[in-house]
Design a protein around this ligand. Sequence first.
Ligand SMILES: Cc1cc2nc3c(=O)[nH]c(=O)nc-3n(C[C@H](O)[C@H](O)[C@H](O)COP(=O)(O)OP(=O)(O)OC[C@H]3O[C@@H](n4cnc5c(N)ncnc54)[C@H](O)[C@@H]3O)c2cc1C
Length: 465
Amino acid sequence: MSYDVVVIGAGPGGYVCAIRAAQLGLKVAVVEKSKTFGGTCLNIGCIPSKALLYASEMFEEAAHGLGALGVVVSPPKLDLAAMMKHKADTVAANVNGVAFLFKKNKIEAFTGVGRIAAPGRVEVKDADGNATTLETKAIVIATGSDVAGLPDVEIDEKTIVSSTGALELSKTPARLLVVGAGVIGLELGSVWGRLGAQVAVVEYLDRILPGMDGEVARQFQRLLEKQGFTFHLSHKVASVEKTATGAKAVIEPVKGGEASTLEADIVLVAVGRRPYTDGLGAEAAGVALERGQVVIDAHFQTSAPGVYAIGDAVRGPMLAHKAEDEGVALAEILAGQAGHVNYEAIPAVVYTSPEVAVVGKAEEELKAAGIAYRVGKFPFTANARARAIRHTEGFVKILADAATDRVLGVHILGHGAGEMIHEAVVLMEFGGSAEDLARSTHAHPTMSEAIKEAAMAVAKRAIHI
Ligand SMILES: Cc1cc2nc3c(=O)[nH]c(=O)nc-3n(C[C@H](O)[C@H](O)[C@H](O)COP(=O)(O)OP(=O)(O)OC[C@H]3O[C@@H](n4cnc5c(N)ncnc54)[C@H](O)[C@@H]3O)c2cc1C
């Protein structure tokens, strides 16, 4: 069987690349080792976590939010099985959607582990050991990432879980210990915290959300503490052991000092993810790896001719939309067009309550780069819509170049931040200035007016504060 493109891995990077390549008239095959398409994101990542985040937020609202609006509900009761069914139905609808799109675009899908036998040749081995060889002009590695564990801590997905196990718990743990204060740990901690768990988080660094703007992270931490989270920052986990009732972790201050023990029913290890290339035969085929990542050039080309790579398997943020955009860009390059990804304008969202959303540079990054900037800030307490819907927590912060006024970074901590951030993304794609944003009419009353006011605040002319 002979193709123009064979994509290995049907996550957001791989399946989007395949669809775009087929749209452009190329003959495409996809190889996926799992039974369903959609990769980490659709099966055990973005989608199931967002289904549970939404459902648990509704539970929390019913318990503590609605009364203040005059909607009296008797204490809500948790039906966890029904909540999990909502999650499973959401996942099924999405993964079946990808299968439909493959058919619609005449993409041939092979179930099995793909191995690069040589440039131009992919061998697919199914669960019964049967092998099929696919000949192709181009091979796309889109094999994604896997959970990174802690040394000497065995994840059994029952008591000591990764994000995958944390999406499947059969009851709410009384005490949940989260190792790692990154996005995944805080999102899944929020889910179980809202459903009744006491959540403690251990983080090696002296702050939460490493890499994001420090001011946003500090205020976000205070809000999570108000919700009942306990943080042990600047601590490392020395050991985690299972006990008769759950597990206990010994933690130590990073800078030395006395160790302490934390007991929990469930321990969630959320210390990051690693690029996944197991069984791919990458290095044998001449594909260079660096710290596990597939090395690529600016056009997604690896060190082996005709072999390309995208998504979590390569450098850059491990985000589904980054993988998708790389998939589109690579398909266009393979079809002879000028595909391109602007890495300066990739948003990132933490889907907690409130949400955190960011695009562009943090203040710390601008300082480190010696770039002179101006800051405009506006709090949601001064926004009329936020008051009307009782979501006044958080603020918008805009960082603009001091000389040109070009927007370099936008940070939003607030309800709906993950939707609001996109006007900033589009603005930055077009190289827009804070004044452009400030002079664009925003509907009243909307939460988005806080973005306009923050843009006006860059020039010290915000109206409502
Ligand atoms: C709990 C959680 C929540 C997340 N939430 C978000 C979010 O809200 N937003 C966001 O942007 N990102 C989120 N992410 C990250 C997101 O899931 C990844 O960035 C995204 O899935 C990467 O896409 P990918 O196509 O590169 O790889 P993946 O989605 O990992 O897909 C790779 C696919 O390749 C297959 N594969 C691997 N090797 C082979 C082989 N040799 N042969 C055949 N098939 C193979 C795998 O089975 C898999 O299906 C989350 C991740 C987790 C774990």
